[in-house]
Ligand binder design. Sequence first.
Ligand code: TYD
Ligand code: MG
Length: 462
Amino acid sequence: MKAPKSVFVCTECEYTSPKWLGKCPSCGAWNTLEEQLPQPAVVATRERRAQPVAPAVPISELELPTYMRSDTGMGELDRVLGGGLVQGSVVLLSGEPGIGKSTLLMQISDTLAARRRVLYVSGEESRGQLKLRAERLGVGGDSFYLLTETAIDSIIGECERLRPDVIIVDSIQTIYSDRLNSAPGSITQVRESAMAFIALAKSVGCAVILVGHVNKEGGISGPKILEHMVDAVLYFEGDRRQAYRLIRAIKNRYGSTNEIGVFEMGDRGLAEVPNPSEMMLEGRPTDSPGNCAACVMEGSRPLIAEVQALVSRTAYPAPRRTCDGFDYNRMCLLLAVLEKRLNLRFSENDVYLNVAGGMRIDEPAADLSVALALLSGITDRLVPPRLIAFGELGLSGEVRAVSHIDYRVKEAARLGFTQILLPERCIGKSLNIPKDVEVIGVKNLVDVIRVLSKKQEPPVIE
Ligand code: TYD
Ligand code: MG
């Protein structure tokens, strides 16, 4: 039978054309025509009205569903997933090339294959390359199947034959349907292939993990609708030059989206990092100005990182500013507040700000640590090495309250910090202050600058 001919539909105004056009003749938008398979004829409204499939029910009568979850063997990933991989769910895992998506999935496949049948579909690597990675990771088992195929119909056929409990598709951009004329990776192809896997997961109850490429802007490439179609969207992020990697859920129908998982890439694949704060603080200098520890909340988890600022007299007409791991505009704002409220001449200095360990902190609670690092950098006075600060800085130089103080204080105390700088308003009866920890409440920048210790003698270079 001849395959039905596809049509091209404008995503703006739904104008339909038999061939692709650069500009929509109806609404005039450019590049909005997408290939689509013709839709089956719509059943007459009257006929549909006659037979409601599932009648509406009061929410109180619904039963709480129980999800079957599988342990992936990586506690850090399980937490992000909301407590394990849910049978019948579809997860999209996205991240830059080389970040470790294939490595992670091969490692969890091995664990899952101990109790379930796993099919790993690779459209990117040959069997030889996959075997090489498997050897390196020391994985392999009889329930762990590999398939190197990119045609969706063949893959679905193989899934029906093998009946796997978990299907991993690496990557969805390489899978294509020959019923469509567009190239693999195009919006239409990605949507069609994803829909086929979603239908499979919902009909037979297997779990599917789709690997998604990222586009130039860092988002998931392919249709945005893909993110709406799946049950969970996870981002694998981190600096490829650094060993540590983060997995963050940006959508999760089966758990919280605030959670993160931390991993470290080594010779034998990814290893979990259950105590990331220790890793971030490793090798921190305690006797040079310009450093201050910060604590940010990642979901329900406090993470401690080190902010470093180098402030030096500029040799340029306009001073240089660079910022790594913190928002550039926020740094400029804090510099302006410090300059105005404390009368410090940052405009005559270059400022280089960095969060050590490749971590990214983007929570206002880190403002106070950044401000302290900058103040310490320009005044050459030390932030006491066992001091940590959390608080948001307002434009008038006031220190504003932040949330989750208890979690942050506990984590700071666990890592050996003995002085904690807090917004004064956060100190209340309900705050649990661990033994040996001194809590210093601050109202504004004038209070903050007082904690810097005496001016240091400049080092003598012989
Ligand atoms: P990979 O998992 O293929 O990344 P992705 O699928 O996200 O593109 O590989 C990640 C990188 O990690 C790759 O450059 C090689 C490196 N690597 C290790 O350092 N250790 C290992 O054990 C493995 C398997 C890979
Ligand atoms: Mg890969």
